[in-house]
Design a protein around this ligand. Sequence first.
Ligand code: ADP
Ligand code: IPE
Length: 267
Amino acid sequence: MIILKLGGSVITRKEAENPTLNHENLERIAREISQSNYQKLIVVHGAGSFGHPFALKYGIGDEIGNNQDLENKMMGFSITQQAVKELNSRVCQCLRKYNILSVSIQPSSFILTKNKRIISANLNLIRKYLDLGFVPVLYGDVVLDSEDAIKMAVLSGDQIVKYLAENLKPKRVILGTDVDGIFNKDPKKYADAQLLDVVSSLDHMENGDTDTADVTGGMGGKLRELLELADIGVESEIINVNHSNIIKKALNGENIMGTLIKKKIRR
Ligand code: ADP
Ligand code: IPE
């Protein structure tokens, strides 16, 4: 079984102020998945411009002030939930167009967090879908949080990947984004940034990415999830799915460029 994350930076125009799909990328990715020889597959996708602008505008996950603030955040929750659901619908539709038996699984309908970390999610249904040959498709969403001060949280696709991987023990975990992997600093800002083949600690990212991070923490947030996963023995790979055929090669187990996140060997 393989877990594949499609970053919001790839399937949407992430810098757009309004929800904007990246049609070409989505079509190409669906075609490449359909041409690969995966056995069991879970797809998790990010929210990009369908989620981040709303989550930011309404401060989902921030502390709740008075009743009016709560109501405003609930309105934002409702709007964000619908927008990411619409993106998911487009993704599932496109996958099906290429004969991939996608089935949509809405995180906000079965996942609960406490202080923004998943504390409960029943994965039995996902196991059943997988056993039958479906491709479950989950996504970054807004969810209820049992911490009274926030009540609602933004759940990244990356955290979902981590949770699924630690519980379902896939053979491989692949995260597709719009850069070649993890660099020592942001490759979009520094021409001399160097790609790291293997990463086993946050220290590898010299400057962090706090100034470019989205509401779920950007590349730093992604790496944090994957390092926790590596710690329990599940390795993952970050690849640039803007390169054509890379998803197909990755799913087929061919050697490709990217960053491997693995456990630090302690001496
Ligand atoms: P996605 O939407 O695909 O999940 P993110 O937007 O969260 O991905 O993170 C990818 C972005 O992180 C890249 O476009 C890149 O500009 C930025 N970034 C910041 N620091 C780094 C780094 N050290 N290495 C790689 N990318 C970085
Ligand atoms: C974010 O999910 C979810 C919302 C903003 C509602 P991700 O953090 O996985 O999205 P991308 O991949 O960074 O766009």
